[in-house]
Every structure is written in C-alpha cells, then in structure tokens.
Design a protein around this ligand. Structure first.
Ligand SMILES: [Zn+2]
Length: 61
C-alpha cells in the first residue's frame, strides 16, 4: 500500500481509513512531509491544528 494523506487532518497513513479522524477521504496527491514530535511546542502544529505527534502532509490536494 502506498502512503496516502488524509484530506481532513493531513495525517499520513497506509491504511484505507485515517487512524486519527476515521475519515475515508485520503489522497495520494500530497506534498511536504512534516514530522511533529511535540505538538504543544510546535508552531507548525498550531498552524495546522495538529494535536498528536506523527507524520503529516503540508499540502493535500
Ligand atoms: Zn484524518
């Protein structure tokens, strides 16, 4: 399974359903991987409204 990005929360997953928000709206057309280690202290996480650590896509089309 190729990696896909959730169009809702931008989480990167190889599953058919996003494990974070349970959305089945996933796209293989994404760019800019960002790895969030510490959402509490990450400016990017705040901008993207990320609450949990993980790998996310900056842009999902
Ligand atoms: Zn999601």
């Amino acid at each position: 399974m190729p990696e896909k990005a959730c169009t809702n929360c931008h989480f990167i997953t190889k599953q058919n359903i996003c494990p974070k928000c349970k959305s089945s709206s996933l796209s293989d057309d994404f760019g800019g991987l960002v790895i969030i280690f510490d959402p509490e202290n990450s400016a990017i996480a705040k901008v993207m409204n990320i609450k949990e650590k993980g790998t996310y896509a900056l842009k999902v089309r």
